[in-house]
Write a protein that binds this ligand. Structure first.
Ligand SMILES: Nc1ncnc2c1ncn2[C@@H]1O[C@H](COP(=O)(O)OP(=O)(O)OP(=O)(O)O)[C@@H](O)[C@H]1O
Ligand SMILES: [Mg+2]
Length: 370
């Protein structure tokens, strides 16, 4: 993956050199995959699930693994997911995006077909097998395992945004499990942000994916890793800032990856425009500008918490540092807390104590209430 041309990449997959504090997690993921353990990786929105797993795939590919990545939110129907997954598998052999589309175009002419070069005869044969008809989802789910068998290699397959699976077909979990469970050369990684919903599929006794994969929550990026990355990155951008400013920035964002990158960019912007401004004022300005940029996302998050009915009130109480149970009776609050933790908007620390993985969202709520 090419280096980002931006000092602080925002809202997209980050390149390895900007992937802060993930080495221990990456090492753990790679070690488990090498041993054939399938994994569920869940974490709140915009905390780096996709970036970290893409990097794990790059490393595994460097060790000779075949890899495939399919985003279920991006391909929200059976034919689209089937096509995307088959393409992802074929890309190992053709090095091309959208091999199937190209093949269909090329099928009209023998010369066109000649342009299809693959690394192995098995790869060519395999690509041509999918030329005639759009693959079914079953074909697509079998594709990686079949290619791995033919080549005597192993394959790591990622399903990103796995919580969107039921929108693709109602029985998707049982359907997928019945196919994937027979595979000997494939390891699967399931990513998602709705930890509760996702985990249930793998931990409940009667759920289709029970015990199929091990649940690995993505840990927080350590504050020190953030502070030292920010300090170096500001220096590379030609702006020397103190280590204290970097630590204070991380304290304000709670080290939430997306928020930290947003505020860091604002510091850079404010520094360029007002080079003589004192650091404390600079951080305040950058934080306010960052919060302003995030407000559309937060508005959406807030509106997404409209149900169950007590959720908004509970959110406000938690943001205000109050215990969740106010005058409202137990059951509605319990339901609201369950929904908010399932959606990873808040996380439970211990009995009756919750925190926001994204403290800037809590701040936004407080300011909205004020
Ligand atoms: N380890 C990290 N180091 C630096 N920045 C990160 C890291 N993880 C995430 N980010 C920041 O968060 C943004 C989102 O990263 P990414 O898309 O990988 O997260 P995600 O959890 O997959 O998000 P989503 O919930 O939207 O799928 C990145 O563009 C970057 O700004
Ligand atoms: Mg993602």
């Amino acid at each position: 993956m090419v280096a980002s041309p931006w000092w602080f990449p925002i809202g997209r997959e980050v390149a390895p050199q900007d992937l802060v504090g993930r080495e221990p997690f990456l090492a753990d993921v790679a070690a488990r995959v090498r041993l054939g353990e399938s994994l569920v990786i869940c974490a709140p929105r915009r905390t780096g699930k996709t970036s970290v797993v893409r990097e794990a795939l790059r490393r595994l590919a460097g060790e000779g693994w075949l890899t495939a990545f399919a985003d279920l939110m991006r391909h929200p129907s059976e034919p689209r997911l089937a096509e995307a997954l088959t393409d992802a598998v074929l890309q190992n052999e053709t090095g091309l995006h959208r091999t199937l589309e190209r093949l269909r175009g090329a099928a009209a002419t023998a010369a066109g077909l000649m342009q299809l070069s693959t690394k192995t005869d098995a790869g060519l044969e395999f690509a041509l097998r999918f030329r005639a008809a759009t693959p079914s989802l079953e074909d697509a789910l079998e594709a990686g395992e079949m290619l791995a068998q033919r080549l005597g290699r192993r394959i790591a397959v990622v399903f990103d945004e796995f919580q969107s699976a039921p929108a693709i077909r109602a029985d998707i979990y049982g359907f997928m499990r019945s196919i994937l469970q027979r595979h000997q050369r494939s390891v699967y990684l399931f990513l998602g942000s709705q930890a509760g919903l996702l985990e249930q599929q793998f931990t409940r006794t009667h759920a289709p994916f029970f015990k199929f994969a091990i649940v690995r929550p993505l840990p927080d990026v350590p504050g020190e890793a953030w502070a030292s990355y920010l300090h170096d990155r500001f220096a590379q951008a030609g702006h020397t800032v103190s280590p204290e400013l970097c630590r204070a920035l991380v304290a304000r964002t709670g080290g939430h990856p997306h928020c930290t990158m947003v505020v860091a960019n604002k510091v850079l912007m404010a520094r360029s425009l007002q080079p003589d401004m004192a650091e404390s004022a600079l951080l305040e300005l950058a934080y306010a500008a960052g919060l302003d940029d995030l407000s559309a996302t937060y508005d959406e998050m807030y509106r997404g918490c409209a149900s169950p009915p007590a959720a908004h009130a509970v959110l406000m109480r938690l943001a205000g540092g109050m215990p969740p149970y106010g005058e409202a009776s137990g059951t509605p609050v319990r339901r609201a807390l369950l929904a908010l933790t399932d959606a990873a908007i808040v996380r439970r620390l211990d009995r009756g104590r919750y925190e926001f993985p994204e403290p800037m969202f809590a701040d936004w709520l407080r300011r909205m209430q004020a």
